[in-house]
Structure formats: structure tokens, C-alpha cells
Design a protein around this ligand. Structure first.
Ligand code: MN
Length: 201
């Protein structure tokens, strides 16, 4: 039996006090668009990281990427699996108050649609199945991240939460020489940098 999306969000809700944080509680798991979405949120919490999220099975499957994504296929970026987030989280930018889970500033760094790019061994594998197997191949149509990416559950150091996020070398959608997180630090929602967002708190 597959768990319904509202159960998938239990950990997310247990960690948060929605009277205090401006983050969405995720009441509806309805998605109106026929295309699946992805989002990357730069998160200046205790330590800076980029939260990479893919819409799979009605929720946002999530990973925290300490160095942020890279458009260079030679870079293998550690991506630590975190709790599922509600689809509404894809619109969130703002500040999580001091003392709350994930306290700090969240900047909407990239957003767009994506598709499954991973027919393996001549067989189609659904996104949900690929996620469970720990081997996702996706094609991103973002404003900054574009083209093929792999997410591999490497379990580095014996930790099952450890995945790797790697740009595919089979397309030229991104300039491998551009350090995309530093070259394009601005929000795709507000155009602000993380410092400018902090100043408006
Ligand atoms: Mn985070």
C-alpha cells in the first residue's frame, strides 16, 4: 500500500509550529498544473545550504545540498535527504523565526518544471520507483538549472540519507565553467540576494 501524501508530510508538520513560522502547513496536496515542479531554495540557517526539491507522488521530495547544485558534470554534490515538504512550499520565500525549526532566511533560488529522464535498460521506471531505488535521472527546466541531472543514493559513509547530485554530461544546457550558485545568487521570485532579504526582515 502506498502512503497517501498527507501521511508523507507528518514529519514536516511535527517539526514545525504553524502559529510561529510563516511556512505553509500543506493543507492541500492538490497540484493544478499537469507538469511536475522542482524548486531550489537557498537557506541561510545555522549553516548555509541549498534545498533541492522534486515533486514526486504528490509531495516535494527534498535534499539539503551543502555546496549547492553545480552545472559541471565533474562535480558530485552531496545531497542529504530531508523530510517531504508540501507542494505549497515551492512558493515559499521568507524568514523562519529564531527558535523555530530551520530558523533563518529562505530565498527562492530556482524554480521550474522537470520530467523523468530515466528509462533504464529499455524499461520505463516511474519517478516514484526511481526514488525508492535511489537512482533518479531528471530533466530540469529551471531559470538557472537546465538539462539532465542524476540523483544517486550513494549512502556515503554508511549514511542512507546521503545522495549525490550530479549534472549529466550528455547535454550542453549549462556552462560547466560557470559557478552557478555564486554567479547567480538572486531570488527568481523577488530578484533579491540573501543579504537584501535579511535586511527586509
Ligand atoms: Mn533547509
Amino acid at each position: 500500500m502506498k502512503k497517501p501524501a498527507h501521511d508523507a508530510l507528518r514529519t514536516y508538520r511535527d517539526k514545525r509550529d504553524f502559529d510561529r513560522t510563516p511556512e505553509p502547513a500543506g493543507e492541500s496536496s492538490e497540484h493544478k498544473s499537469p507538469e511536475t515542479i522542482f524548486v531550489v531554495q537557498m537557506h541561510a540557517a545555522r549553516s548555509l545550504h541549498w534545498d533541492f526539491r522534486l515533486e514526486i507522488a504528490g509531495t516535494l521530495k527534498s535534499w539539503a545540498v551543502p555546496k549547492g547544485p553545480s552545472g559541471n558534470p565533474a562535480d558530485k554534490r552531496l545531497a542529504v535527504a530531508t523530510e517531504d515538504h508540501p507542494l505549497e512550499y515551492a512558493d515559499f520565500e521568507g524568514s523562519i523565526p529564531e527558535g523555530e525549526y530551520g530558523a533563518g532566511t529562505v530565498l527562492l533560488w530556482d524554480r521550474g518544471t522537470f520530467r523523468n529522464d530515466g528509462p533504464r535498460h529499455g524499461q520505463d521506471v516511474s519517478l516514484e520507483e526511481a526514488f525508492e531505488r535511489g537512482h533518479l535521472l531528471v530533466w530540469l527546466e529551471g531559470q538557472k538549472l537546465r538539462g539532465g541531472f542524476a540523483l544517486i543514493n550513494s549512502k556515503l559513509g554508511g549514511n542512507p540519507k546521503n545522495w549525490l547530485l550530479i549534472k549529466s554530461s550528455k547535454d550542453q544546457e549549462m556552462d560547466p565553467e560557470e559557478d552557478v550558485v555564486n554567479a547567480r545568487p538572486e531570488s527568481v521570485l523577488s530578484g533579491k540576494t540573501i543579504e537584501e532579504l535579511k535586511d527586509t526582515d
